[in-house]
Design a protein around this ligand. Structure first.
Ligand code: M6R
Length: 614
């Protein structure tokens, strides 16, 4: 939520900061703003709405030439998306400017304290208090880093703050607590960003700041301290993301490009997982074999799409390892007093690695002595950093707000985890694990086959532009796929879309079915389990009430024709792996329908890519 950029160097700060904001816009797009320091003064430009509004305004009236600046793209929490609430915010004297990601929980109390001294606030944000407080400090004579330390000591909540002082034109100072911040290390220039996308076209050497750290950025160096000025260490890392991966590559939307990247993303997530002896090896797995053997319960916590990946994982882990698995929304987990101890493995799934609900849930789990394993796509983000072990997915940067390649690579990581636990606990023979790995390794090719039929799905999607309500049915591992398909449609097309377990339909939701209502049905593979027949009964029940069924069924399934008004065929794969291919037509369907409706697919209304507030 919210993207932050900072720059100090030799180039024009306005250009560098706007470039960084362009790459971070997926984090929030309610408003954008930038401040540069030139000739001992702050110059601020900000506009409500997408970054394009600010770019247009600055195109007509650029900020003065400057080589130091900060910028922000906002996902509104406190105060509506107006020009006045856009960041950067300045102190009363206009000497200090601040951008912020997170929520300052005690802003009201701090604000009332200084309002009594005639301080006037220009916005409804929680952020503006930080600008006033830091400015009060520098006006009293302390330098900007000390001012930042003193103010951070007073703040409650989650924040990344970046500040500049007109009287200190060579430094950008930033602080981090529970919100992301990375430093990009250049030659004669340095950068700050909410994530590496902000500076990936300038440098690939980066520093990950720890909790409660402050960084002082000059052209020639970077100094890190804690909130009390004690020198501290940040973690260096190299960014190996391909710059092209952060571009649209000829597609109309990042999301569409990312859907088509899924074969590669799945293949990359499988690379290097088998040793010469054929045994699975998960390098990032820092849990001892004994700890895995002693596990008596796994709890998966995640939000949104990652939660649905966790639901699929439950089927695979329980089937292959006979270890009980609970799947829980991260936002609910710690509020129910969960029963966990050192024999519980908590698995946190998060594409961004910064989701506040998931982060708080793993912190809670660790206080209860549970081991935590993160499945994450973002190197160096908070969730893997605070976990005992990590399986990184290798999806590459996911820019579209609706997760696609993030989801399928999470599924791959879940399968790998399940097989690794099975191998370690000995619940599956090595040759069985080898066989499943081979099947997994063939999945990029199967996904390619589904993508080759994208045009058929697009045609179907365009036929449904007039529908206001769509249902999705699935069973077993197809049930989370139905939920994820519905989520994609809600997020992108703003339609009433709901996923149901097909067997549950008759217990109430079938009342929703109306004449002509589209129902997308994820049909389990035929002949491998008894679910297939039960699914057909469910489909029949909705057809009897006038639904128009769009069935996703494996090729060669001759039984499906009488049940399907429209048929999307899927390659033959094992039932547990079917989610990897079944989700693809549903992603394409949502992307195309939203496009046909004229919506912004990459930046759907009210959403942000990374939800860093609880
Ligand atoms: O980064 P995370 O995987 O932790 O994010 C979790 C959800 O916010 C995310 O999956 C969200 O539901 C997506 N917009 C779904 O497309």
């Amino acid at each position: 939520m919210c993207g932050i950029v900072g720059y100090v160097g030799e180039r024009q700060a306005q250009d560098v900061v706007l470039g960084g904001l362009r790459r971070l816009e997926y984090r929030g797009y309610d408003s954008a703003g930038i401040t540069v320091v030139a000739d001992g003064e702050l110059s601020v430009g900000k506009r409500a709405g997408k970054l394009g509004n600010l770019e247009k305004a600055l195109g007509e009236e650029p900020l003065p030439p400057a080589t130091l600046g900060i910028g922000h793209t906002r996902w509104a929490t406190h105060g509506p998306p107006t020009d006045a609430n856009a960041h950067p915010h300045t102190g009363g004297a206009g000497r200090v400017a601040v951008v912020h990601n997170g929520i300052i929980e005690n802003f009201d109390e701090l604000r009332s304290r200084i309002e009594a001294d005639d301080h006037v606030f220009k916005s409804e944000t929680d952020t503006e208090i930080a600008a006033h407080l830091i400015e009060l400090q520098v006006v009293s004579g302390v330098d900007l880093p000390t001012a930042m330390q003193r103010v951070c000591q007073q703040l409650d909540g989650a924040f990344t703050l970046v500040a500049v002082d007109a009287a200190d034109p060579d430094r950008v100072v930033a602080a981090r607590r529970n919100s992301p911040l990375v430093v990009g290390l250049g030659e004669g220039e340095n950068f700050l960003g909410s994530d590496v996308a902000a500076f990936i076209d300038h440098t690939r050497e980066a520093l990950e700041l720890g909790q409660d750290q402050i960084v002082v950025l000059t052209r020639d160096g970077v100094e890190v301290t804690d909130f009390f000025g004690v020198p501290a260490e940040a973690t260096p890392f190299h960014v190996d993301w391909d710059l092209n991966a952060a571009e649209k590559d000829g597609h109309d939307w990042f999301m569409r490009k990312e859907i088509f990247e899924q074969p590669r993303a799945v293949a990359d997530s499988l690379i290097g997982r088998r040793g010469v002896d054929g045994l699975l090896q998960l390098d990032e797995m820092r849990l001892a074999d004994e700890e895995i053997r002693d596990l008596d319960k796994i709890i998966i916590i995640a939000c949104g799409t990652s939660f649905y990946a966790g639901m699929v994982a439950k089927y695979a882990i329980e089937h292959w390892t006979r270890t009980p698995v609970e799947v829980e929304l991260a936002s609910e987990f710690r509020y129910r007093d969960p029963i966990i101890d050192q024999t519980t493995l908590v698995v946190a799934i998060s594409q961004s690695g910064e989701t506040a609900d998931t982060l708080q849930a793993i912190r809670h789990a660790r206080t209860q002595r549970a081991k935590v394993l993160a499945i994450c796509n973002t190197n160096g983000s908070s969730i893997p950093r605070e976990s005992d072990a990590v399986i990184y997915t290798h999806a590459g940067p996911e820019i579209g707000v609706a997760s696609t390649k993030g989801f399928v690579t999470q599924l791959v990581a879940c399968y790998l985890l399940a097989l690794y636990v099975a191998q370690t606990k000995g619940t599956r023979f090595g040759d069985e694990i080898g066989q499943i790995m081979q099947q997994l390794e063939s999945m990029p090719g199967r996904i390619e086959e589904v993508l080759a039929r994208a045009d058929d799905v697009y045609r179907l999607a365009r036929e449904h532009v007039a529908n206001r309500s769509v249902l999705f049915l699935g069973r077993h591992a197809g049930y989370p796929v139905a939920l994820e398909g519905a989520l994609k449609l809600k997020e992108l097309a703003y339609l009433h879309a709901e996923g149901f377990a097909a067997g549950e339909l008759k217990h109430g939701p079938i009342a929703l079915v109306e004449d002509g209502m589209p129902v997308l049905c994820v049909v389990p593979p035929r002949g491998r389990d008894h679910l297939h027949g039960k699914m057909l009964s469910g489909i029949q029940e909705v057809r009897a009430r006038g639904a128009r069924t769009i069935c996703l069924a494996e090729e060669g399934d001759t039984t499906i024709a009488p049940y399907a008004d429209e048929l999307i065929t899927l390659p033959r794969v094992p039932v547990l792996l079917q989610p990897l291919i079944a989700i693809v037509p549903l992603q394409l369907f949502a992307c195309e329908l939203a496009t046909a409706l004229g919506h912004d697919v990459d930046q759907p209304r009210n959403l942000a890519k990374s939800v860093t507030v609880e």
